[in-house]
Design a protein around this ligand. Structure first.
Ligand code: F6R
Length: 255
């Protein structure tokens, strides 16, 4: 794992956008795995600026999003499809045909999960962008007794529902279930770019990098991936212990 820490969330976003731009320029027909949430917003903003300046061209790119709430239509302003359209797709020329987000409204959500996994298998991901939950979740893979491997339906924990309730009118409106890529789906990506900002993520980052690999901290599995870049701000990196990094982990302090 390669860790870069920066002084601000804006710098994290800029650096992440540079890495995604490099990926797209290197392989214009690449497959990008994408995430929602507040963490990638600076990165998406930077990508939009680069697109406007014609520094990056998404016309051949395919995207696969990590997850979606169950029960929300793509037009619901808290659905992840809506989020992606608003914050990235519509602003960089990414069309419906190029972009994939699991369907939250399917009549048969188990079948939707199986179909989405097949879609992921047929579009090997070149670069997977991830945020991390305060409890160490990635996608909606919540702390659990075992790693769920393929795309599946998940019951959201109260912690995650509370964390996400800031985007809804009330906690009651936050869906109780979601569809998410599994840990196995995520781990197949050739490269993983994990972003973390803010002190609320510090403990999850410490456990992800230096803790035991356990389904109790789903992101800890990333220690086993061969190409992970973790980009943090100083707050999210504040509990990392430089003297005690696992073998093969390098920390570059950019600020
Ligand atoms: C979003 C996702 C989640 C978020 C995580 C962090 O598609 O899969 O795992 O990355 O909940 O969310 P923020 O960035 O809002 O703190």
């Amino acid at each position: 794992m390669l860790i870069y820490s920066f002084s601000s969330p804006e710098a994290v976003g800029k650096f992440a956008a540079n890495l995604i731009q490099a990926q797209v320029n290197l392989k214009p027909s690449c497959v990008l795995g994408l995430a929602t949430g507040s963490t990638p917003l600076h990165c998406y903003g930077e990508l939009i600026r680069k697109y406007q300046k014609k520094e990056v061209d998404f016309s051949q790119v395919t995207t696969l999003n990590l997850d979606e709430y169950l029960g929300l239509s793509p037009k619901h302003d808290q659905s992840y499809r809506y989020f992606m359209e608003k914050n990235l797709f519509s602003q960089v020329g990414l069309t419906d045909k190029q972009t994939h987000v699991p369907t939250g409204e399917s009549q048969d959500s188990e079948k939707e999960a199986r179909d989405y996994e097949k879609l992921c298998l047929s579009h090997p991901t070149d670069l997977q962008l991830l945020g991390i939950g305060a409890n160490g979740h990635i996608g909606f893979n919540e702390p659990s007794s075992s790693f769920a491997l393929s795309t599946h339906i998940v019951e959201l924990t109260e912690k995650t529902r509370q964390d996400n309730s800031r985007f809804f009118a009330s906690l009651e409106e936050v869906p109780k279930k979601a569809i998410t890529m599994g840990i196995g789906t995520i781990m197949r990506a050739k490269k993983i770019l994990l972003l973390a900002t803010g002190s609320s993520k510090a403990q999850a980052i410490q456990k992800t990098v230096q803790g035991p690999i356990t389904p109790e901290t789903p992101a800890s599995i990333l220690q086993l991936h061969q190409d992970v870049v973790l980009v943090t701000d100083l707050e999210a990196a504040s509990l990392l212990n430089e003297q005690d990094l696992p073998l093969g982990t390098e920390w570059r302090k950019e600020a």
